[in-house]
Each structure stands twice: as C-alpha cells, then as structure tokens.
Design a protein around this ligand. Structure first.
Ligand SMILES: C[S@@+](CC[C@H](N)C(=O)[O-])C[C@H]1O[C@@H](n2cnc3c(N)ncnc32)[C@H](O)[C@@H]1O
Length: 284
C-alpha cells in the first residue's frame, strides 16, 4: 500500500472489515487506528488529512487483519470497560459482557450495607469481585477460577483498580474448592448447553475459552453445582445471585427452591431477557 492519509487508512480498514462481515466495521477500524497511533478520537481527527507513517500503517494493517479474522476487539486492544472501570484483557480469559453489569447492580443493592465474605465463583478477569469491592466497602471478596490465566489476570486487574488488598484470588474448582462461610455467592457461570457451542458466533467460538461457556448437556450443570455448594457455604440469611442464559430462569428458580432457597427473584437485562436469579438461604 502506498502512502495514505489517516482518513484514507480509516476508509480502507472499514471497507476490509465490512467486506468480511465483521460487526461494526467503522467503529472497529477507528478504534484500531487510535490504538496504532496512541491517540484519542479527537486526537485522531486532528491527523485526518496528514500522511500516515509507514511503520504505523504496517501495525494498523496487522491489527485490521486480526479483526478481519473476527478476533474480538478487547483481545486486540488489551483492555475493556466494565461498569465505571477498566480491565486488562488477555486471550484465554472470558471477556465480561454488559449483562453481567446488571448482575453486579442487583448484587450491590442487596449487599451494599453488608459486612463479611462474598465469593465470586468463576471469576474470569475478576470483573464482578472488583466491582463489588469498589462499591461495597464492608465486603471482603474471594474469587475462584479453574483457569490459571484468569487468576493471574484477575489479581493484576484488582491491583490496577486499587482493590488488590480486598480480594483473594485462588485457582480452584467450584466442585471441591475449600471455602469459608460467606454472606453471599455470586457467579456468572458457564451456561451454554454443549450442543449449542458449535452455533455460537465466530467471534466467540474461535477465540473465547470453551471452559468459560460450556454449561454441560442442558447448560445447567455448573449452576446445579454452585447451588449445592451454596447450601454448605452460605451463612443463614446469605444470598445466592446468578446470571443465567436466555430461557433458563424458570428452571434455575426451580433448582433454587428445591435446594431450600427462599425469596427467589428474577431480574431482566436491558433486552428484557430474564437474566439474573437470586435467592436467600435462611437455614444454616
Ligand atoms: C462465563 S465466564 C465468567 C467470567 C467472569 N465472572 C465474568 O463475568 O466476566 C465463567 C468462568 O468460570 C470459570 N469456570 C468454569 N468452570 C469452572 C469450575 N469448575 N471451577 C471454577 N471455575 C470455573 C471459567 O474459567 C470462566 O472464567
């Protein structure tokens, strides 16, 4: 490619992504050009009609080629926004979704004035535990995950967000992790039924870790496991708050009730999908 202006480079990148049917091609191309030049949006506009340096152009082309193969933007950029803070993101660790912000909002309402330990099961980047540490000053958090990469990244994210001393992250399996008694358990577990995994969009299927998505035959295997662990771990009056997949809320409510949870509630996400199930375990 011969020398281009930034504007032409942006048009070129948008067209390449559009032709490959990448979602939001113009926005992706713009964010990648900002990343390649370390510029804000307005900083980039100031360069619009200037020629782009060959080494920046080469890097930008490399980024566009990654996105063209449907790699999610947060893996390319290395960061992602969650609630009102920024998380580092790395390949091999699940990218937090907007629905999970609703899970955190429900949890904050219930736990804001509580003191004690809250456990985030399947913590990933640490997004949920970090948000609760920031918004609920009386809580100490424990985040567990089966993935070594996730735990290393979660520790780093907690430090970067100033709550490193409030959260213990440990590599452990939900099924047998040794955990203390807690005032709440919160989780966005893997909940996609195994048979649906091959039908997920390319951007998820090719790049995100399968152990973060695979909820077993009916999608509810890890949810059942968490509910049964919650029965042993929760203190009397303790909360269990879970994110669930579309169409799963009724069955999850049943699982809660069968396991002795009361005050079971369901909350919708911004698309009006029943997304969060919460309950209280009054018996110890
Ligand atoms: C859907 S991701 C959620 C990550 C993060 N909490 C979030 O909301 O962005 C589920 C996480 O559970 C972890 N996980 C899956 N099975 C697990 C198990 N048996 N024990 C512990 N963690 C598990 C995965 O590694 C993944 O990080």
């Amino acid at each position: 490619m011969k020398t281009l202006t930034f504007r032409k480079a942006l048009i070129w990148g948008s067209l390449v992504l559009k032709r490959s049917a990448v979602p939001e091609p113009v926005l992706s191309a713009r964010l990648l050009l900002q990343h390649a030049t370390y510029r804000s949006h307005s900083g980039l506009l100031l360069l619009y009609n200037k020629p782009i340096l060959p080494q920046i152009l080469a890097y930008y082309r490399f980024l566009i080629n990654r996105r063209k193969r449907f790699e999610p933007l947060p893996y390319i950029l290395g960061y992602h926004y969650f609630m009102d803070f920024t998380l580092e993101i790395r390949r091999g660790v699940f990218i937090p979704r907007p629905e999970t912000e609703i899970l955190v909002e429900v949890a904050i309402k219930k736990l804001r004035d509580k003191k004690g330990i809250v456990i985030d099961m399947g913590t990933g980047t640490g997004a949920i535990a970090i948000a609760l540490a920031r918004f609920c000053p009386g809580l100490s958090l424990i985040g567990i995950d089966i993935s070594r990469e996730a735990i290393a990244l979660a520790r780093r994210n907690a430090r970067l967000n100033g709550v490193g001393s409030r959260i213990i992250f440990r590599r452990a399996d939900i099924s047998n992790a040794e955990l203390p008694q807690a005032v709440a358990i919160i989780s966005n577990p893997p909940y996609i039924p195994t048979y649906q995994l091959p039908r997920l969009p390319l951007q998820i299927r090719l790049y995100e870790p399968m152990e973060a998505l695979d909820g077993g035959e009916d999608g509810l295997e890890i949810i059942r496991l968490i509910v049964s662990r919650a029965r042993e771990i929760l203190l009397p009056g303790g909360y269990l708050i879970l994110e669930v997949g579309e169409g799963q809320s009724e069955r999850v409510k049943e699982i809660f009730i069968q396991n002795g949870f009361e005050d079971v509630e369901v909350f919708k996400d911004l698309l009006k999908i029943e997304r969060i199930v919460s309950g209280v375990r009054y018996e110890g």
